[in-house]
Design a protein around this ligand. Structure first.
Ligand SMILES: Cc1cc2nc3c(=O)[nH]c(=O)nc-3n(C[C@H](O)[C@H](O)[C@H](O)COP(=O)(O)OP(=O)(O)OC[C@H]3O[C@@H](n4cnc5c(N)ncnc54)[C@H](O)[C@@H]3O)c2cc1C
Length: 240
C-alpha cells in the first residue's frame, strides 16, 4: 500500500509510525487585487515563527501565512484588514504543514509519501517538489516489489533510503536554519535583512539561489557577509 494521505495521515497513525516534530497551520486566500510581484512578510505580529506571502495568481493575488504561535487565521484576518483587502477575498484554503525529519517511512507492505512522510522543506513549508522527488523513488520501489512479488520491509527500505539520500540533507539543513530564524526577535530580523539587502550579498543570492535547495545558499552568503555569524547565537541557545 502507498499512503499519500497528507500531513495528518491516518494510515501512518494506524501503522504506529511516528509523525512529524511539529505541524503548522497554513492559510491562504485568493484576493481580487492586481498582482505586484512576490512579497514575504515577517514579524511577531504578522506570522510569529514563520512568514506570510503574497504571490501573483492569474485571477488576482494569493495572500497567505503560517505561524508557529497563536491562531494563523486571526493573524491572516488582521493582516488583510491592515492592508484593506478583507472585502476582496475570493476563496480561502487552509492545511497543515508538517515539519521535521521522520526516521521511518515504510512498514510491512506500506510506503508513506508526500506530507504523510513529512517530505517538506522546513524553510518554506513547500512539499510539492520534495513530494514528487520522493514519489519517483516510491514508484520505482513499488515496481521492484511487484517484480519480486515481495513487499516486505527489506525490499521497501530501498525507498526510504533513496529519498533520504536525495532530500534528507536538505531537510536537515533547512531545520537548522529554521531553528535560527524562529529564535530571532523582530529587531534581529530587521538587522538580518539589512545585511541581506547589500548588493554583494544580493548578487550571491541571485546567482546561486535555488528555490528547491535553499540551504545551499548558507555557505556562500556567510562568506560574502561574515557578520551574519552573529545570528547563530540564537540557534546555539535553541539546542538547550
Ligand atoms: C496554505 C498552504 C500553501 C502551500 N503552498 C505551497 C507552495 O506554494 N508550494 C509547495 O511546494 N507546497 C505548498 N504547500 C504544501 C503542499 O500543499 C503540500 O506539501 C502538498 O500538497 C502535499 O501533497 P500530498 O499529496 O502529500 O498531501 P495532500 O495534498 O494533503 O493530499 C492528501 C490527499 O489525501 C486525501 N485523503 C486523506 N485521507 C484520506 C483517506 N482516508 N482516504 C482517501 N483519501 C484521503 C486528502 O483528501 C487529500 O486529497 C502549501 C500548503 C499549505 C497549507
Amino acid at each position: 500500500m502507498i499512503a499519500a494521505d497528507g500531513a495528518g495521515s491516518v494510515i501512518r497513525r494506524n501503522a504506529k509510525i511516528p509523525g512529524p516534530r511539529e505541524c503548522l497551520v497554513g492559510i491562504q486566500t485568493l484576493i481580487g487585487k492586481e498582482p505586484d510581484g512576490i512579497h514575504i512578510h515577517l514579524g511577531k505580529n504578522i506570522a510569529p515563527g514563520f512568514f506570510g506571502w503574497e504571490v501573483p495568481h492569474h485571477s488576482g493575488t494569493i495572500v497567505g501565512l503560517a505561524s508557529r504561535n497563536g491562531n494563523a487565521m486571526d493573524y491572516l484576518v488582521q493582516f488583510l484588514k491592515k492592508k484593506g483587502w478583507e472585502r476582496k477575498v475570493i476563496s480561502i484554503f487552509a492545511g497543515m504543514i508538517p515539519l521535521g525529519r521522520v526516521n521511518r517511512s515504510i512498514d510491512e507492505g506500506l510506503m508513506l509519501v508526500g506530507d504523510a512522510a513529512c517530505q517538506v522543506k522546513p524553510l518554506s513549508g513547500g512539499g510539492l517538489y520534495t513530494g514528487l522527488i520522493s514519489a519517483k523513488h516510491c514508484a520505482s520501489t513499488a515496481l521492484k516489489a511487484l517484480e519480486m512479488e515481495n513487499n516486505r520491509k527489506e525490499v521497501l527500505k530501498g525507498y526510504h533510503e533513496a529519498w533520504q539520500e536525495e532530500i534528507g540533507p536538505e531537510i536537515s539543513k533547512g531545520l537548522w536554519i529554521s531553528n535560527i530564524f524562529r529564535n530571532l526577535s523582530d529587531e534581529q530580523l530587521d538587522d538580518l535583512f539589512m545585511i541581506l539587502k547589500k548588493e554583494k550579498v544580493k548578487k550571491v543570492i541571485e546567482d546561486q539561489g535555488d528555490i528547491d535547495y535553499p540551504s545551499t545558499l548558507a555557505k556562500p552568503v556567510l562568506k560574502s557577509a561574515p557578520q551574519l555569524l552573529k545570528f547563530t547565537g540564537p540557534f546555539v541557545k535553541s539546542l538547550f
